[in-house]
Unconditional design. Structure first.
Length: 360
């Protein structure tokens, strides 16, 4: 059955973008948008409420009533054409007015932001045929595995929760801490992983963000204690994505080899930054050094939420066929969805092929 609400399940509305899309603010602080599809035969309505909830429907204008046929399982014919046109409107709205969040639970989305800001780690999809699983890695090893699960899958969960759906994260812990952790509400023996050193945690705010962050950080340290930041306190090496549809970095660098970029993660002055151009290019195009970090924005970047910037100096330009994603993947980089530290294998490859000089 077609369910348009699924298109919004991981979307967070940016109210600042609604007016430009065509939404009208109502006295109750909600925003409404209307448009027609199929040569004016149907009207699509979208309402964004003050609590960021989204509601939508489609009206058959000839009958002046909701078009319920669209929710049936028809895969062809006129109904399918209407459904496709309706979906295109909704996808245009989410693409222009929403930010996609990687997780179902608000708690894990908060953790994702903190992970990116603190460690520069991005998530990936570890199983090709099970897209609902998401992992965080350090040095190529999982330290957090996030997935949806029925309560009944978790050993020891209360009977009244067994038929409920949850988002869960598996985290590595010290065996000596296991008994104490399992006594906490919302922590259970690991599902589908070693129960001797892993736990499953419900992402429903039973565990506070403070405790969950401590467990995430500890799991990361336990998985790869020697693969974190530069142990000597020197520069770190990062790779960060750039989408040319939204940001013309080539034009900026053509005008000036030094540019201001949104401050990301714990990147600091002196660090090195590789800029990865996203699909369809899928290759590293620039190597830069961070000259300054944590510069107050003061209106330079207009987008909401950008508080600090960093100053970059371009060091190298690479043809798009040189450091492709296939090369990166062969040397430990499985995805570039946000700022992340360069895998040691890739760094060794770049230096051994004279793609990164020791000194500039």
């Amino acid at each position: 059955m077609f369910n348009p609400a699924l298109l919004f399940s991981k979307q967070v509305v940016d109210y600042n973008l609604l007016a430009d899309f065509g939404f009208i603010k109502q006295p109750d602080q909600s925003y409404t948008y209307q448009t027609t599809i199929m040569d004016g035969a149907f009207q699509v309505n979208i309402t964004v409420f003050s609590n960021k909830q989204i509601d939508t429907d489609i009206i058959d204008l000839d009958m002046n009533e909701p078009y319920h046929a669209i929710y049936a399982n028809n895969r062809s014919g006129y109904v399918a054409e209407v459904r496709q046109a309706y979906t295109e409107v909704l996808e245009d709205f989410t693409g222009r007015c929403c930010q996609e969040m990687p997780f179902l639970s608000t708690q894990m989305n908060r953790m994702a932001t903190k992970i990116a800001d603190s460690f520069g780690d991005s998530w990936d999809k570890p199983f090709e045929k099970a897209n609902e699983y998401t992992s965080y890695r350090v040095a190529g090893k999982w330290y957090a595995l996030v997935y949806p699960a029925k309560g009944e899958k978790l050993e020891g969960i209360a009977d009244d929760k067994k038929d409920k759906d949850f988002e869960v994260v598996n985290l590595k812990v010290k065996p000596s801490d296991m008994a104490e952790l399992l006594a906490l509400e919302g922590v259970y023996p690991a599902y589908h992983m070693s129960k001797k050193s892993w736990v499953s945690v419900l992402l429903d705010d039973q565990i506070s963000d403070q405790v969950l962050w401590r467990l995430l950080s500890e799991s990361r340290r336990l998985v790869a204690p020697s693969a974190l930041a530069n142990p000597e306190g020197g520069p770190d090496y990062w790779v960060i994505p750039a989408n040319l549809k939204y940001y013309d970095i080539d034009r900026e660098f053509a005008a000036n080899p030094e540019i201001l970029w949104t401050q990301k993660a714990s990147i600091k002055a002196g660090d090195y930054l590789f800029i990865y151009i996203t699909a369809p290019t899928k290759a590293i195009r620039y190597a830069c050094q961070v000259l300054e970090a944590n510069i107050p924005n003061n209106g330079y970047r207009k987008k909401t939420g950008i508080n600090q910037l960093m100053r970059l100096r371009m060091l190298e330009y690479y043809p798009d066929n040189q450091i492709t994603f296939d090369v990166m993947k062969a040397h430990g980089v499985t995805a570039v969805r946000g700022p992340r530290r360069v895998h040691p294998d890739l760094l060794t490859y770049l230096k051994s092929h004279q793609l990164l000089k020791e000194k500039y």
